[in-house]
Write a protein that binds this ligand. Structure first.
Ligand code: CP3
Length: 330
């Protein structure tokens, strides 16, 4: 791999423009993805290494992103736990056998890690072709559990110990699952705790933090990034992850002040990409400038890119960051 802005920023050593990739860049807003989805159901795509490779490469072929993110889903683990995962068009994920009792948590099956061999194979194929780093990922135990247990909060308020048992189980599996990805060659890992904005700081401390801590401690030599929604970064910044990815309600320079050693990623509101071109450029410029040439900054959105996002906006975003770097070097 030649020089990578992304890997330099992860080391805190980037002297050039900030690296750019977008959460959920491999998928739903791309016409070539929509065309492939007409031929294959989503889960079949996830399970087919050749298709995973193709979808992961789609945004890299179209735009000059600095990293690729593996095409997969945070719900591969509940699927392997036999909860009956399906995706219904226009509805999203459905579990046919959700967890509604303590007893079900005790009787979740053991998973043979070979069920994830498709991930290993897909990463192997990608590493042969990609010229930019590859990001692997998993969902955070709390966020994944909140898909497995309907009304998760009401459930944990009634059954905190059973819920923690589930979180512990998910943490063990997630660590093994990420080990597969690391061994197969991913260059960094992002953990998505997308639903953390639902919790109070106290509940974050009880139902998310310890499990995240266990995951990050298992990967001391891997570049790890934690994405969460909400305003919990003052707590989450103490986790042993290398980076923090923030949503657009956070002020990145405040995060930087509080955590001088973290890699910081974010945080453009994905809705901005529906604005006229000049406004997209203005917001992107302001987002980058708040970090003022920070060597440990990675540009991203504050959450996943939305369906129907105009492709020209993504082009404008990337060009704006290129032009800023050019202006700075004059
Ligand atoms: O980022 C990428 O481009 C890589 C692939 C990726 C997907 N899901 C593919 C996907 C990643 C990183 C995810 C993570 C994910 N999945 C999260 C965390 C990030 C976030 O957005 O909060 C969550 C909560 C999920 C669960 C999930 N998967 C939902 C709620 C849905 C339905 C809504 C949607 O995103 O369309 C999915 C389906 C899904 N995951 C699709 C894709 C490309 C769309 C499937 C389709 O084609 O119908």
């Amino acid at each position: 791999m030649s020089h990578s802005h992304f890997l330099s920023a992860l080391k805190g050593e980037n002297k050039l423009r900030p690296p750019v990739w977008l959460m959920r860049q491999a998928g739903r807003y791309l016409p070539e993805y929509q065309a492939m989805r007409k031929k294959y159901p989503f889960l079949e795509m996830c399970h087919t290494p050749e298709l995973v490779k193709e979808v992961t490469m789609m945004p890299i072929k179209r735009f000059s992103f600095d990293a690729a993110i593996l095409f997969s889903d945070i719900l591969m683990i509940p699927e392997a736990l036999n909860l009956g995962l399906r995706f219904e068009d226009g509805v999203g994920p459905i579990m046919d056998r959700p967890i509604t009792s303590k007893e079900q948590i005790d009787s979740l099956p053991d998973i043979e890690m070979s069920v994830f061999s498709f991930i290993q194979e897909a990463i192997g194929l990608l590493k042969k072709e990609l010229k930019v780093p590859l990001i692997g990922f998993a969902g955070a135990p709390f966020t994944v559990a909140s898909y497995m247990v309907p009304k998760a909060k009401q459930f944990y308020l009634k059954n905190p110990e059973a819920f923690k048992k589930l979180l512990d189980r998910l943490t063990d599996i997630t660590i093994d699952y990420l080990h597969i990805q690391v061994k197969a060659g991913v260059d960094a890992i992002q953990i998505f705790d997308s639903h953390l904005n639902l919790l109070s700081p106290k509940d974050v401390q009880e139902f998310s933090y310890p499990y995240l801590e266990r995951i990050f401690k298992a990967f001391p030599h891997v570049s790890t990034i934690l994405f969460s929604k909400g305003s919990h970064w003052p707590q989450l910044g103490h986790l042993p992850s290398k980076g923090l990815s923030c949503d657009w309600t956070q002020n990145l320079s405040e995060v930087r002040k509080a955590f001088p050693k973290k890699v910081i990623q974010g945080n453009l509101d994905p809705e901005i990409l529906f604005a006229p071109k000049e406004r997209v450029a203005q917001y992107v410029k302001e987002c980058v400038e708040q970090m003022g040439g920070d060597p440990a900054y990675i540009f991203n959105l504050g959450h996943g890119i939305l369906p129907n996002t105009p492709l020209e906006s993504v082009e404008t975003l990337i060009k704006t960051i290129d032009d800023l770097a050019f202006a700075r070097s004059l």
